[in-house]
Design a protein around this ligand. Structure first.
Ligand code: PLP
Length: 382
């Protein structure tokens, strides 16, 4: 049996999404800016996808800009908003942000902006009190992710957004992981900027979206044609945009069923593995993306753990970044205070809409067996 338990990394393309995309890769290949019938057809399909996604979010279609993915959306939001502010102010980010945000903030630091990082508590939360302490009249932008990619922990975005706006700054949220798991209504939560990505919701890779509220000023980050109201020049990727629209339509129809199933599977999996001695479940609170299970296990290392899980047909992921073959312990788990004795044995299982209880059983058995083997090996070989 092969078990894919890495939906936080990416999701498989839904067959219904592929079907919606195919005509725009073949017979409807036209450039949407072309002034003849073929171009108009493609333009109309793009605008229909935009309108459908806008209805899902409860915003105006004109507030949505298509990009090449979550990373580009975040860069456009953060760089674009602070550069448009016209002064070298301060950017405030959460301690557990994805590199798309933290590296962009670091780049701005080199341009003369100052960056403040708000620490999270032991539950991985950026609390309103902690954010309040970082706010002053120099702050131009706050960026806190809606849900974390390692732990699935959901931040109190509405409260953080209200504090930010009270101080007259803009609020951006990276909703790449949150999109698939919760109802995001932009008419209820007054975020100024929101980034998301298609490939985490069974849509194609290389397609993302930036929401820019009303007349929030944003400077483009690269220059070119007049597409996307001059904010994001370059020929659109119609097939991907139409696929993203279809993925959102399916999400709307199936979100609650997916949530229920993923929650059940994660609970089933947890019940089977929580007796492993020295295991820590990193996100026991309620506000976690359904299907996410982040674990830290004493006495094992993530890399051999994942390798041996893979040998048993279980694809999971590390709670840590891997750069040039050097495995760094997770900064997210470290920020949460996960003990050093456990942090190097961190692993993330993320189940999806097509996962099954049998798969969770198989993954649990594999984890128990691999942890036992690795500990025995360490014991025997020192
Ligand atoms: N932000 C978060 C929280 C993510 O999990 C990811 C992808 O893993 C990204 C941003 C980047 O998105 P993309 O892969 O579409 O560039």
């Amino acid at each position: 049996m092969n078990v894919y338990a890495d939906h936080a990394a990416t999701t498989p393309l839904d067959a219904r999404v592929l079907e919606a995309m195919l005509p725009f890769l073949r017979e409807r290949f036209y450039n949407p800016s072309s002034l003849y019938a073929g171009g108009f057809t493609v333009r109309r399909a793009i605008e229909e996808a935009r309108a459908l996604i806008a209805a899902y979010f409860g915003c105006a279609a004109g507030e949505l800009y298509f990009t090449s993915g979550g990373t580009e959306s975040v860069n456009l939001a953060v760089l674009g908003a602070v550069r448009a502010a016209g002064r070298k102010g301060r950017i405030v980010i959460g301690a557990t942000e994805h590199h798309a945000v933290s590296e962009t903030a670091r780049a701005l630091e080199k341009e003369g902006f100052s960056v403040a990082v708000v620490l999270c508590n032991a539950q991985g939360l950026i609390t309103p009190e902690a954010l309040e302490q970082s706010m002053d009249d120099r702050v131009v932008l706050v960026s806190v992710m809606w849900a974390n990619n390692e732990t699935g922990i959901i931040q109190p975005v509405a409260q953080l957004c209200n504090i930010t706006r009270r101080h007259g700054a803009l609020f951006h949220t990276d909703a790449v992981q949150a999109l698939g798991s919760r109802r995001i209504r932009l008419d209820e939560i007054p975020v100024d900027l929101l980034s998301c990505s298609s490939h985490k919701i069974y849509g194609p890779k290389g397609c993302g979206l930036l929401f820019v509220r009303g007349n929030t000023q944003i400077a483009p980050i690269f220059h070119g044609g007049q597409q996307e109201k001059r904010l994001r020049g370059g020929t659109e990727n119609p097939a991907a945009i139409i696929g993203f629209g279809k993925a959102v339509e399916l999400l709307e129809a199936e979100r609650e069923d997916r949530r229920t199933l993923q929650k059940t599977i994660a609970r089933h999996f947890l019940k089977r593995i929580l007796d492993i001695p020295g295991i820590l479940y990193n996100s026991p609170q309620d506000s976690v993306i359904p299907g996410f299970v982040s674990l830290s296990i004493a006495g094992v290392e993530s890399e051999p753990l994942l390798f041996h899980l893979g040998m048993q047909g279980v694809d999971a992921s590390m709670g840590a970044a891997c750069h040039s073959q050097v495995i760094e312990p997770s900064f997210v788990l470290r920020a949460m205070g996960v003990p050093e004795s456990h942090i190097r044995g961190s692993v993330r299982f993320s189940y999806g809409k097509d996962s099954t209880l049998d798969e969770a059983d198989h993954a649990a058995k594999a984890l128990i067996s691999v942890v036992g083997k690795l500990r025995k090996h360490i014991y025997e070989n020192g």
